[in-house]
Design a protein around this ligand. Structure first.
Ligand code: UDP
Ligand code: MG
Length: 313
């Protein structure tokens, strides 16, 4: 059974949503019959969010904790900061814009109590633009393929984690992270619950198209170095085609004479295919080194011990 729950909520220019968010979260948490803390991480807001968070924290000491970052680092970095501060046995993340209704939190807690290490959520009748829904679909399929973990909705930040998963996540020092995917790589038992989804209560999405694209690259590079390897494969195919084409030309030349194939112009193509292929293979080879260097620089923990039993101090 979980005794102590930490909520971690990243906040970036959400002054219009904060009052609502805080009161709804408090109501839900009070009903849980557990210790709790609500960590509001201000990710360098330029509006009144900071003073709202500070006020709420002063009014509810130890229940609401404001963690103020000095500038905008991005949602996932803010959540990481919240993780480092969280004291709970289980940690739940959600968005500050109330797209994830706090009223769904008990569903996650129930699964965490049942011993699941990561509890994801599937957004029912999702209230986002068609573009966002379609790109989510694509990304989710890709992540499922690459990680082999069968979760449906990686985009939804309403998620619950056991403490030891978060400890492992905190030991990953890479700068670009995508927390739901990262956390899953340290979890053994995962499950999902269906949750409601609402339109953003107030304000606009804090993700510009550019920030979204950047996030997708963070996600891609955090799970795989496959694109680098594709260079080698593409190069190999091209070089192989070049050789094949060359042989074809040679044969045709003997049958139909030099007039055929525009007096050797086609031969150039064949030679070119071959060398372009070689170049790609060389790039791919460099990519293999790069990928390995990248993995080493990230210095992720190779394994993570959950508990040691049978040793008496
Ligand atoms: N957020 C953040 N830093 C950022 C961008 C967003 O802390 O640089 C927070 C934001 O306040 C919200 C959550 O991350 O609590 C999700 O952002 P948003 O709702 O704008 O994303 P969307 O729902 O459009 O994906
Ligand atoms: Mg949102």
């Amino acid at each position: 059974m979980i005794q102590f729950i930490s909520l971690v909520i990243p906040v970036f220019n959400e002054e219009a949503n904060l009052d609502n968010l805080i009161s709804r979260c408090l109501t839900v948490c009070e009903k849980l019959q557990k210790n709790y803390e609500i960590i509001l991480v201000d990710d360098g807001s330029r509006d009144n969010s900071v003073s709202k968070i500070t006020q709420a924290a002063e009014k509810n000491p130890n229940k609401i904790i404001g963690l103020l970052l000095n500038r905008n680092y991005g949602q996932h970095a803010a959540v990481m900061a919240g993780f480092a501060e969280a004291k709970g046995d289980a940690i739940i993340t959600l968005d500050a814009d109330l797209q994830n209704p706090p009223e769904e939190i008990p569903k996650l807690v129930e699964q965490l109590d049942a011993g699941f290490e990561v509890v994801g959520s599937i957004r029912m009748n999702r209230q986002d633009s068609l573009f966002r829904r379609l790109s989510s679909k694509l990304v989710n399929t890709m992540v499922r393929q690459a990680t082999g973990v069968n979760m449906h909705d990686y985009g939804c930040m309403l998620r619950g984690y056991q403490r030891h998963v978060i400890e492992a996540v905190l030991q990953c020092h890479e700068r670009s992270t995508f927390i739901p995917v990262l956390a899953n790589s340290f979890a053994h038992r995962t499950t999902e619950v269906q949750v409601e989804h609402a339109a953003r209560l107030d304000g606009d999405s804090k993700y510009s198209l550019w920030k979204l694209i950047n996030l997708q690259f963070d996600l891609l590079t955090s799970i795989t170095t496959l694109p680098l390897r594709l260079l080698t494969v593409m190069g190999g195919i091209s070089a192989f085609l070049g050789i094949g084409f060359g042989i074809f030309l040679l044969v045709m030349r003997f049958i139909y004479g030099a007039e055929w194939a525009a007096k050797g112009v086609f031969t150039l193509f064949s030679v070119q295919f071959f060398f372009i292929g070689l170049q790609f293979m060389a790039m791919g080879l460099m990519g293999e080194y790069l990928g390995r260097i990248y993995n080493d620089v990230r210095a992720r923990p190779r394994y993570f011990v959950k508990a040691v039993v049978g040793r008496n101090e």
